[in-house]
Design a protein around this ligand. Sequence first.
Ligand code: NAI
Length: 213
Amino acid sequence: MEEKEISQAVIGRLPRYFRYLGELKDEGVERISSQDLSELMKVTASQIRQDLNNFGGFGQQGYGYNVEYLYHEIGKILGLDRQHNFIIIGAGNLGRALGNYINFEKRGFIFRGMFDENPALIGSRIRGVKVMPMNEIEHFIRENDIDIAVLAIPKSGAVAVAEKLVRTGIHAIWNFAHVDLNVPEGIQVENVHLSDSLMKLSYNIRKAAPNGE
Ligand code: NAI
């Protein structure tokens, strides 16, 4: 399929479609109208049609969407039809929580290695994956076909570690450190700030109770 430039806003909505369609598929639903999908997902049917039209539509007039087909096509668009090997840098609370989360594997993200600068942590294991010292990272990335590095370290060390990762030829950084990384073009960075989501929640609480009740 010929792919045109898709806006990041649409890309940002695709995982949600993928999740809902996956659930429908697991429930044995074969097809769904954009109206029913709209009610389920609480987005307008026209938004759904517009989003999916970016990829050629997938829907048929009077039939709706074939759930299994759409699920697989969105998966392909998101690159989930291939495996991604990832490492985690920082074996602290966050790094361990991410390493312990088994559902990433179901989506094809395979946890391969963990790194930390603290000698006391070297050799410990998270779900069988060993914590290794930082001086082994370059070799490990090259030898194990790692394409994603998860940064779960404080911002103080994140820039230097990111530079090191870039030199190894890593493709993507999932950045939890609270710092913006300057990486060369071609390297993908996805910043995650859980507190942003919490602040949005706080805003909505405030908006729902404008008098501070
Ligand atoms: P933690 O203190 O439990 O773990 C940090 C680990 O990183 C430690 O094991 C430490 O030895 C290691 N480390 C520090 N500098 C390093 C370096 N330069 N190279 C290799 N390893 C290094 O902290 P926690 O709770 O796991 O959080 C990690 C970081 O993630 C924190 O800086 C925090 O601000 C950030 N964070 C971000 C969140 C987000 O939503 N973006 C959510 C939670 C934490």
